[in-house]
Design a binder for this molecule. Structure first.
Ligand code: PXG
Length: 288
């Protein structure tokens, strides 16, 4: 396996980061999780744009142009001869000292790992997923905006631990004032009276690339769609619930906190969107 690290492709055992890197010491950095389908990088431009937006939000200057980052991604994919891959693109503040001061970090660290993709077991797509509501609330946007895809994922990890302790794989995270925000690594959608609804990202959710793709599909498919605030009562009472994410794609949810959703089976709108999304992954990407 070859890993891109600060301009070079190195073997796995040589892909090491300093213990003084502020990405490690403080979670000071940003990242992207991108996917390729049969030699097509899905929505690469959108992922790169989001990476730069995240970096800008934490005043981190990426030492490469967007075009150079794209070239580095393609170079890494080719070196590993992967056609269906998961790409982890990371930019940290770089090597500093034991203080928080980001000015001590001379040069951001950039690395790219490309690997085979690990998916949820197929049965979850067929039968639907069981999830819970996390005890842990989503970061307050005025403290650390969840729209920033930063290396600081502890908020999500605490909610993931809530999910695991409840015997499930995913958990719904609420905002400080009880609105549904998103899950630990996926956005959430509900269907109510044939209308598709997802919470607005600004209340405390990542503007997911898969979320955007699904919103785009609703226009093409004439499915009524709105961004709206939703509470857990709305989710429990929904006809359908599904999650979206780069790794998960679109995954139906059939039980939440031991309560059945709809008729307890993946819903029709979820199935139609999944079929259209699969088509999109075959066409909507950059060939390498
Ligand atoms: N919310 C959060 C908090 C996420 O981390 C999403 C929503 C979905 O966004 P995209 O752009 O992927 O549709 C994410 C994405 C991983 C992994 O390795 C995590 C994500 C994506 C890919 C891999 O855990 N999170």
């Amino acid at each position: 396996m070859k890993i891109y690290l600060n301009g070079k492709l190195v073997g796995r055992e040589k892909a090491n980061i300093s213990v003084f890197d502020h990405g490690l010491l403080y979670g000071d950095g940003v990242f992207e999780g991108i996917r390729t389908y049969d030699g097509l990088i899905f929505r690469l431009k959108e992922h790169i744009d989001r990476l730069y937006k995240s970096a800008d939000a934490i005043e981190l200057e990426i030492p490469l142009t967007k075009q150079e980052v794209i070239k580095a991604v393609v170079r890494t994919l080719k070196a590993n001869k992967l056609k269906d891959a998961y790409i982890r693109l990371v930019v940290t503040r770089g090597i500093g000292d034991l203080g928080l001061d980001p000015r001590k970090c001379g040069m951001p660290t950039v690395f790219i790992i490309t690997d085979r993709i690990k998916l949820y077991p197929e049965k979850h797509y067929r039968n639907g997923l069981e999830i819970v509501t996390a005890k842990t609330r989503r970061n307050y946007p005025q403290a650390l905006d969840p729209r920033i895809k930063s290396l600081n994922y502890l908020n999500n990890i605490l909610a993931k631990i809530d999910a695991i302790k409840s015997g499930t794989e995913e958990a719904i995270m609420l905002t400080h004032d009880g609105n549904v925000a998103e899950c630990t690594g996926d956005n959430i959608f509900i269907v109510r009276n044939s209308e598709l609804i997802t919470p607005p990202a600004e209340i405390g959710a990542l503007e997911g690339i898969t979320r955007d793709a699904v919103i785009g599909l609703t226009k093409k498919m004439n499915i009524p769609f709105h961004e709206k605030l939703i509470r857990m009562e709305d989710v429990y009472g929904a006809g359908e619930v599904f999650l979206t994410g780069t790794a998960a794609e679109i995954i139906p949810v059939i039980k939440i906190d031991d309560r059945s959703i709809g008729n307890g089976k993946p819903g029709e709108i979820t199935k139609r969107l999944t079929a259209e999304f699969r088509k999109l992954t075959k066409t909507d990407g950059v060939r390498y």
